[in-house]
Design a protein around this ligand. Structure first.
Ligand code: DCP
Ligand code: MG
Ligand code: MG
Length: 351
């Protein structure tokens, strides 16, 4: 059985602003852009939610519901920074992490050796580390699959923690609204409504075939979901596995000497582009040659990243077919994580 944790920050953008401007804490706050009086809200704090002010609501409507609402423009750079701090905490426990947005992620901690592999203790520790590092609260759901972990993180917001165990799960989730199923949006809910399906329990009363007839292939998925069955894996985003620089020449080049100069040029360009990936370790270096007939060939080897080695690798392959070259490429392949066991966070700077 898998051990999955879903973490979701509480009223994320708004909580960050409250942290930075504590005087906001006692007031209804919403984050959103206002453009000529128009715009929609990104989110709101819990005080504002009491007025019905929520994500995706037009600002004008929110102001009608709550005239004293404090509107703040989003500061995305700040939220991204917090997000990467949070993800770094996740990586202390597992590298099987699937981020869904800046404020939430699934963690597969099945093989995590910390805290006796106790997923509940891990979730608690992650929550307190997030608070210590960012000053913000998050909610967590702990279960044996993604569906239930995500439902769990939403159950006791804010600053909540829910554990959904397998025992009696069908009964325990029977009263949950189908809206809790990630992916069941307004359209599907309306359709379900026409069959009088509002809860997991309502879905449980239908056969798989019935559900397939009603909802197509998704019906089979729903048949599992309403019983707490979900086989989806936590899908870690793969970081960059390789980097290469290729030059196509204005005129095809023949002869090792001319090609030597091109290798030097490309080598230095590659070297400077690799600056960003200093935390990565090279597994192989690669050379690609495309001939004037568009046939291309690549060769890679576990050689150190030096100009000489690229020359050497190129020579090895070019000696097999010394003809007009149209394109030349040099590159490296990375290890997915570094050799000291320290994790590489390949995509953090994308956010
Ligand atoms: N967001 C947005 N537009 C939306 C929904 C969300 O810009 N329609 C942004 C703002 C949120 C952040 O994404 O702060 C996270 O979204 P959540 O759905 O997790 O909502 P919150 O974190 O704000 O609140 P909750 O405590 O319910 O998780
Ligand atoms: Mg959130
Ligand atoms: Mg979220």
């Amino acid at each position: 059985m898998k051990k999955i944790i879903h973490i979701d920050m509480d009223y994320f953008y708004a909580q960050v602003e409250e942290r930075d401007y504590p005087e906001l804490k006692s007031r209804p706050v919403a984050i959103g852009g206002i453009y000529n009086g128009r715009g929609v809200l990104c989110t709101s704090n819990y005080i504002a939610r009491k007025f019905g002010v929520k994500s995706a609501m037009p600002t004008s409507k929110a102001l009608k519901l709550c005239p004293q609402l404090v509107l703040i423009r989003p500061h995305f750079e700040k939220y991204k920074k917090v997000s990467s701090e949070v993800v770094q905490i996740f990586y202390e426990y597992t590298d099987k992490i699937q981020r869904l947005s800046l404020d939430e992620a699934y963690l597969d901690v099945t093989n995590c050796t910390h805290l006796n592999n106790d997923a509940v203790l891990i979730a608690k520790e992650i929550k307190s580390k997030i608070l210590a590092k960012t000053g913000l609260t998050a909610s967590a759901g702990v279960s044996y699959n993604k569906l239930l972990a995500k439902i769990g993180s939403d159950l006791f917001k804010p600053n909540g923690l829910a554990i959904l165990r397998r025992e009696n799960i069908e009964k325990n989730i029977a009263d949950f609204s189908v809206a809790k199923i990630n992916g069941v949006g307004k359209v599907t809910q309306d359709k379900m409504g026409r069959f009088n399906i509002k809860t997991f329990g309502d879905l449980q009363r239908f056969s798989k075939l019935d559900l397939i007839n009603m909802f197509g292939d998704y019906g089979a998925t729903l048949y599992g979901y309403c019983r707490g069955v979900d086989t989806r894996e936590v899908q870690e985003r793969q970081g960059r596995k390789s980097l290469s620089v290729e030059h196509t020449f204005a005129e095809d080049i023949v002869g090792s000497e001319e090609l030597r100069d091109k290798i030097i040029e490309i080598y230095y360009e590659l070297e400077s582009r690799l600056e960003k990936y200093r935390d990565k370790f090279y597994k192989n270096i690669m050379v690609k040659i495309k001939y004037s007939d568009f046939k291309s060939t690549t060769i890679e080897s576990q050689l150190e990243f030096t100009l000489d080695n690229f020359h050497e690798l190129f020579g090895r392959r070019y000696s097999e077919r010394k003809e007009h070259v149209r394109l030349l490429g040099l590159g490296v392949k990375f290890y997915s994580s570094d050799l000291n066991g320290q994790l590489v966070l390949p995509f953090l700077d994308e956010f």
